[in-house]
Write a protein that binds this ligand. Sequence first.
Ligand code: TRP
Length: 387
Amino acid sequence: MTEQRKVILSGNRPTGRLHIGHLFGVLENWAKLQSEYETYFEVADWHALTTKYRDTETMKQDIEDMVIDWLVSGISPEKSVIFVQSHIKQHAELHILFSMLVSLSRLLRNPTLKEYIAEKETLKLKTEKKTLNKIAANITHKIINENEERRGVLEGKIKEFVLSELSENLFSEDTEVPYGDIVNYGFLGYPVLQAADILIYRAHVVPIGKDQLPHLELTREIARRFNSLYGQVFPIPEPLLNEFAKVPGTDGRKMSKSYGNTILIGEDTQSLKKKIMSSYTDPQKIRKNDPGHPDTCPIFQYHLIFNRENTDIIKNECIKGIRGCVQCKKEIFSKMDEFMEPYREKRATFEKKRDLVWDIIKEGDKKARVKAEETMEIVREKMRINY
Ligand code: TRP
């Protein structure tokens, strides 16, 4: 008999091309796990829709780009099940069943939701402030351009104008969420859908970043609640924390798409060069012979990863002021350029034939569907709704 391997599930919302922070923080880890576990990797497109329901036009390409990066980083369709969430309708079924087992107050306590609301509130305030500034500027403009006698008429006009500006700007359709409404029903249920993703494959282990721990906690609660109400079906999944990525962005902050400081997996030579040469370095090192502080310099962090064998010398020379940042950047550029080459080659194959990606996904979908339906049959039976 073959030994039953433990199940791993992880996933990501489709965000398009991934960067080297993902590569070292997440993907290398996933790739390693493939030989030891039965691994499922999910493109969480429904999760993406909870916030991006308006801009769906890039979704298909974002899925392709992300899956290509998974593939070029060693996630193998022979070893893992790579699938798209929305293709496995059973997730939606389990999601709705789970939604009966979670209270509203529990969902409102979700820290991700709280952060989201706080962010939206700030955005709303900023928009309101902008609107008011605009109105004030327009009023000033009007007053300056009118003469003394017409002040009375003007007052009426201004009132009318302010009202119309307010309703046009504050209640406008194109603010992302209509004024006053911050969270949609789908976003509230985000962690319930995530619980369905995980439990439908009866996963034992979930590799995630620290930010996802609250979602896994809710998953565990739902699993326990289901098991105690209807009988043992779900293992209680354990988190496996992704290694903290030590690769900073080109501005020294955490590498993140929203900061615009990323280096892509397989970044092409020209843009790699541009990004490296314009990267942030120690601001106290202005001239070559100023002593540098390599520990806080992103370029030095890149040397630690891509040019390991020379880091002692570089560090020494930088501190002593006998090495300049331009030289340091040129050297790391050539190392990183070399590192990117195999990723670029593999990426090019898929770029030429994007259908290949969908063939791989279709195969993954099939396997995922079998397992998901198997779980749903057990679930329906345990819940006595298999009529
Ligand atoms: N919420 C996760 C994220 O934003 C993505 C995700 C969806 C996920 N379903 C999952 C992660 C299941 C782990 C397991 O990163």
